[in-house]
Design a protein around this ligand. Structure first.
Ligand SMILES: [Zn+2]
Length: 460
């Protein structure tokens, strides 16, 4: 395949030949007999984008779920209407539930909404499920009740806490198919992902391998997660960091968490630590100072970081995986909820870069938008949905925002480029970069190539 007349990132206007999975030539090239030709019409040809923090199975499951909380659903009548609108006769899976709708209903309360189909509603914290009686009966027929299934006066209430693994086993469900999601990401120029779900284990890894082999999952995929992942990793599988998920309200024992980091390092893996509050970041830094940092150790989110904590991150040579779109999606709530002294510490970008911290961008989808272009816009404009500006001093240029998605997933300090002999992971825009940088719009993506294969039909 010959891509003619593209504005090639790092090269300028030229032609590019793909042979097999690689870039074979860049320059003034003529088509070989019978070679496919794509006229780029001066559009920018970028390295493919990599989402450095995403949860693919949760994102695909969400697409097959019904929203059960604000803003779509705000009271019990709206909840009943949303549930009754779900087609089919089997399980109903609700997500995004919030107690402002109807408190924390027990099974009997949910039966009044839906009695004839099994129903499970996920609380938006991601840590609780609410089950109706039919769901309870079906699940308990498959597996003995876990400790997290609440009891009152000897009866199960239907509230299930922190028991996703049990739920998955009792449901006997395959993790969801990723084909539609993979194509959606491709349409935005995404050629690689790092799945950061802390529970990723050998079972999930086997699912990902099947999804890749069947052609459902098209992107390059790096899987972070449990320590067990390394022990049972399929051959050639790209294992990512071991993920430590901190919750400020229930921090793990310090020695246990430090041992987890040491065990990750012993597997020649980095540690990736989820830090959305200042307390979590302070805890994470103390852990890494105690266990000793290793190359590639990274802080996920870095949502709140005082200047002295940024300095300590830099002193440990940590990387940061940032979600600039949270400024747009959550900024208005933060401006109301966060203590004023923390506002300058929210979602830093420029000051992390200035401290010498390697940065990469991730969507955290489904907890944020999966569109990397929305995140780039937010990184540049730092504007909330309501139009407030949050920390303009932390803004990046469009090129710096793009670079967050060009980081090498194996080493966030490196940027991927386009070069002869390299894997042909490419994102072709329908216009030159001078125009695209003013919009940063995912709709400008015209074609995406992973290892030389077009995964979005280029309109020739
Ligand atoms: Zn996440």
């Amino acid at each position: 395949m010959l891509i003619r007349g593209a504005e090639i990132w790092g090269h300028g206007l030229a032609d590019l030949r793909i042979a097999g999975s690689r870039v074979a030539a860049i320059g003034a090239l003529s088509p070989a007999p019978g070679e496919d030709v794509l006229d780029a019409r001066g559009g920018a040809l970028l390295p493919g984008l990599h989402d450095h923090h995403i949860h693919l199975t949760a994102l695909a499951a969400r697409a097959a779920s019904v929203q059960c909380g604000p803003p779509e659903v705000t009271d019990a009548d709206q909840l009943a209407a949303a549930l009754h609108a779900v087609p089919g006769a089997g399980w109903i899976r609700g997500i995004g539930y919030h107690e402002s709708v109807m408190g924390l209903p027990g099974a009997a309360d949910l039966d009044r909404l839906v009695a004839d189909r099994p129903l499970r509603l996920q609380h938006r914290s991601g840590r609780m499920w609410l089950l109706n009686s039919r769901a309870l009966d079906l699940l308990l027929a498959e597996a003995p009740a876990p400790a997290g299934l609440e009891r009152e006066a000897g009866r199960f209430t239907g509230r299930l806490f922190d028991a996703d693994r049990w739920l998955r086993e009792a449901l006997g469900s395959e993790p969801p198919d990723l084909a539609a999601l993979s194509r959606e990401l491709a349409s935005r120029g995404v050629t690689g992902v790092t799945d950061m779900s802390p529970g990723n284990d050998p079972g999930i890894a086997a699912h990902f391998v099947r999804q890749i082999e069947s052609g459902a999952l098209l992107q390059h995929c790096r899987l972070a997660g449990t320590l067990a992942l390394a022990e049972a990793a399929p051959a050639n599988w790209r294992i990512g960091p071991a993920k430590l998920h901190l919750h400020e309200a229930a921090l793990p024992p310090f020695d246990e968490a430090a041992a987890f980091i040491a065990a990750a390092h012993a597997q020649h893996r980095a540690a990736a630590i989820h830090c959305v509050s200042e307390v979590e970041l302070v805890f994470a830094l103390a852990l890494l100072e105690a266990a000793g940092p290793a190359p590639g150790d990274r802080i996920e989110h870095v949502s709140v970081a005082a200047p002295e904590l940024v300095e300590r991150m830099a002193a440990l040579s940590l990387s940061a995986c940032v979600q600039p779109d949270f400024v747009a999606e959550r900024g208005d709530r933060y401006l109301l909820d966060v203590e004023p002294r923390h506002i300058p510490d929210l979602y830093r970008l420029r000051s992390l870069a200035a401290a010498g911290i390697a940065m990469a961008g991730g969507s955290d989808a489904p907890f944020g938008s999966a569109d990397p272009w929305a995140a780039m816009r937010a990184a540049v404009a730092r504007t909330t949905r309501e139009g407030a500006v949050l920390g303009l001093g932390e803004a990046l240029s469009p090129e710096e925002a793009l670079a967050l998605y060009l980081a090498n997933p194996e080493d966030l300090a490196q940027r991927r480029g386009i070069a002869v002999g390299e894997e042909a992971d490419l994102c072709l825009l329908d216009r030159p970069w001078t125009e695209a940088r003013e919009r940063l719009d995912g709709g400008d993506v015209r074609a995406t190539f992973v290892s030389g294969q077009a995964i979005q039909d280029p309109p020739l």
